[in-house]
Design a protein around this ligand. Structure first.
Ligand code: GLA
Length: 695
């Protein structure tokens, strides 16, 4: 069942030969622009108009066939590629590259009819029916066999097609089905556990702390998935199940990618991650892709809708080792799947697309090209909406296509940052398990509590795993890294000893990889570097707020904390912010510790955004890290993309006000080269400026 090829790492260029990923970017010859193209939903005649409008919008890359399985294999083994043959021929004739999907994201009705056992089962035993999509158990040998046969046929059929530029494996793995709990999955989990624990049941019993609540296993055969239980299932079992589920989905990806690499070794491979998805460990998967791609759906109703996507984009760039990435899907305007689906206001789609470019994307695509007439997503916007090409949405699409085409030399430049945020999917999974001191400590929220103030301070951030090389960073920020191995803790500590600056937030370094507490006072493996020792967590009630005030250099500061406090003892560190309430007056809230040649801060509570900005600002200043552009108004984002002798400055106004930005240095307007020697840029609300250095 699990004969998964493991030689699926990207083929990097040997002896100067370009890698498949490099070839992809070269082929596109500029920023790629396009979207999911689903001509199977339309009569053949529509295609002529599609191709004409694509030319008008300067589309050069489309994703084809994501939900094509039922069309190309209408009955078991009866393959019919005629529709996609015509589509790919037409695309090629119009100079458009195809990101061809492997079509395995939605098994066809005949397959479910013949093999209902492929359907996924939830933790409470509900069998999920067909009629939606992603209705397969990732461990199912039947699903895997039919998917592999399809991919083999597809790859063989299209291997020499000139339109084929990229393989799009599956679709948003884990988006609907993060894990399956059927009997097939249970058996597969037992196989996975035997491998993980080297067939050593004692090691598993130890790792899972099974002497608690009489859970000691006498045989691997007695182990079940953590299904719905009378009370909290064993947390280490849950954590391992989440790891297993991630790897099982990854095995599905590997199975297809292995076939593609064998049949079409020159064609690069991607899959579209879903931004902010907990189920799929992007850092774990990304090295298997030639090009990282992500889907991003900011909610225009949010207060600061650009922040969460910004965090996702910095994560994608981090996952790809700084390489360019693809914004594979975004909505041209509204989505259909929230309770209230806001449109993107005029200019917002352009602003958020340029934000992705500013943060390292070299491809801007949408879901989807033509808004569907029927089906579950008919009220999801399309590049060509129901209203047709004579519409605001299509005009904005066309204008953006033209703008991106105006900077063909932007690809090849890179973003580089002085600040890193550490994120680890294993820690995320463990952090959000049940029966913790507070259920208010959620990974994404806590990341944004750090990311937002750094964004406001105008510094760019790389989001990287704890195993990343940290030495080049001026400041490393660690938001609630609950699970931390002793080895990673040592790496972080030696980064500080070597002169690095560190800021760690509470409930970090608490457990090892088996969710067992590091003993001796929290956060045990970071105690020395932080110079503190915590005896007890004191989580706050929802309504509780605690006044805090700065100490020493930050003595002007007055703020508020909430969510969490702790019985913190100084062991070498100095207080930098203290509590100011009657019961806790003077007790440390934020500490600063000189360790070796570096400085480590500890934030033992959640600070309000302004106080957080002041604390992180101080850490940045001491670390010598500077904003991308000094003195920008709050809410104006700046990013520099540089390399290969070129340098671009991208300015993005996320506020509702107009701002005039005075520039230092020689810049021209990259979108309007006649406008030479720009000294001041006027950014209207949602305004964008793309400036080129030097000429
Ligand atoms: C995801 C999917 C697409 C589509 C969009 C709608 O990103 O990959 O097929 O359903 O959501 O927002």
């Amino acid at each position: 069942m699990n004969a998964v090829p493991h030689d699926v790492r990207p083929v990097s260029g040997t002896a100067g030969a370009p890698s498949p990923g490099d070839r992809f970017w070269r082929r596109l010859g500029g920023v790629a622009f396009g979207g999911d193209y689903n001509p199977e939903q339309w009569p053949a005649e529509t295609r002529a108009e599609d191709l004409r409008l694509m030319a008008e919008a300067r589309v050069n890359l489309v994703t084809v066939g994501v939900f094509g399985w039922a069309r190309v294999e209408p009955a078991r083994g009866a393959y019919d590629f005629s529709l996609f043959d015509q589509v790919l021929d037409d695309l090629h004739a119009h100079g458009i590259t195809a990101d061809l999907a492997t079509m395995t994201a939605s098994p066809p009705p005949w397959l479910v009819h013949e093999h209902p056992e492929i359907l996924p089962v939830t933790a409470d035993g509900t069998v999920l029916g067909p009629g939606g999509r992603q209705h397969f158990c990732p461990s199912s040998p039947v699903y895997r066999e039919r998917a592999a046969l399809l991919v083999e046929r597809l790859a063989t059929h299209y291997r020499d097609h000139p339109a084929l530029g990229l393989w799009h494996v599956g679709n948003e793995y884990g988006c609907h089905i993060a894990a399956c709990y059927c009997e097939v999955s249970a058996a597969d989990f037992r196989r996975w556990l035997r491998e993980r624990y080297g067939d050593d049941l004692a090691a598993l019993n130890d790792a899972w702390s099974t002497d608690f609540w009489s859970q000691r296993y006498a045989s691997f055969d007695h182990i079940q998935p953590p299904r719905a239980a009378p009370t909290y299932p064993n947390p280490a079992q849950q954590l391992d199940y989440t790891r297993f589920a991630n790897e099982t989905l990854r095995d599905c990806f590997d199975l297809e990618a292995g076939i593609l690499r064998r049949v079409t070794p020159e064609v690069p491979i991607t899959t579209n991650f879903l931004g902010g998805l907990k189920a799929v460990d992007v850092f774990d998967w990304a090295p298997r892709l030639d090009v990282v791609a992500v889907d991003s759906y900011p909610d225009p109703h949010d207060q600061r809708p650009h922040l969460a996507p910004g965090l996702v984009y910095d994560t994608m760039r981090g996952a790809g080792g700084g390489q360019p990435w693809i914004l594979m899907e975004q909505a041209p305007s509204a989505v259909n799947w929230r309770g209230r689906n806001a449109i993107k206001q005029p200019g917002q789609m352009r602003l958020w697309s340029w934000q992705a470019v500013a943060q390292g994307a070299d491809a801007i695509l949408y879901f989807q090209w033509r808004q569907s007439r029927g089906g579950a997503e008919k009220f999801h916007s399309g590049m060509v909406p129901h209203a047709g090409a004579d519409s605001r949405v299509f005009r904005e699409i066309t204008a953006l296509g033209r703008e991106l085409a105006a900077v063909p030399d932007l690809p090849g430049t890179r973003v580089s940052n002085q600040v890193a945020i550490l994120l680890d999917w294993n820690s995320w999974w463990a952090l959000e398990l049940d029966s913790h001191p507070s259920d208010g400590v959620r990974q994404e929220e806590r990341l944004l509590d750090h990311y937002g103030p750094l964004f406001d301070l105008g510094v760019g951030v790389d989001v990287v795993p704890p195993s990343a090389e940290l030495t080049g960073y001026a400041l490393v920020v660690v938001p609630n890294l609950y699970l931390l191995s002793s080895e990673d803790a040592r790496r972080v500590s030696s980064y500080v000893a070597g002169g690095g600056a560190l800021a760690v937030s509470f409930f970090s370094g608490i457990v090892d990889e088996h969710d067992r507490v590091h003993l001796g006072g929290y956060p045990a493996p970071l105690r020395e570097v932080l110079g503190v020792r915590v005896e007890e967590f004191c989580p706050a009630a929802e309504h509780e707020r605690f006044p805090v005030r700065g100490h020493g250099v930050l003595s002007h500061l007055e703020g508020v904390a909430d969510l969490w406090r702790e019985d913190l003892h100084l062991a070498g560190a100095e207080p930098e912010v203290v509590f100011d309430s009657a019961d806790w007056a003077g007790r440390p809230a934020v500490t600063r510790h000189e360790f070796g040649a570096g400085i480590a801060r500890y934030l033992s509570t959640r600070l309000d955004a302004v106080t957080m900005r002041a604390v992180l600002g101080r850490a940045l200043a001491e670390a010598g890290a500077t904003p991308v552009v000094e003195g920008l108004p709050a809410g104006v984002q700046a990013s520099v993309r540089a390399g290969a002798g070129r340098r671009f400055l991208i300015l993005l106004n996320h506020t509702g006000d107009k701002h005039d930005i005075a520039l230092s240095g020689a810049w021209t307007d990259a979108l309007d080269p006649s406008d030479e020697g720009v000294a001041t840029v006027t950014l209207p609300p949602s305004g964008v400026a793309v400036l080129r250095a030097g000429d």
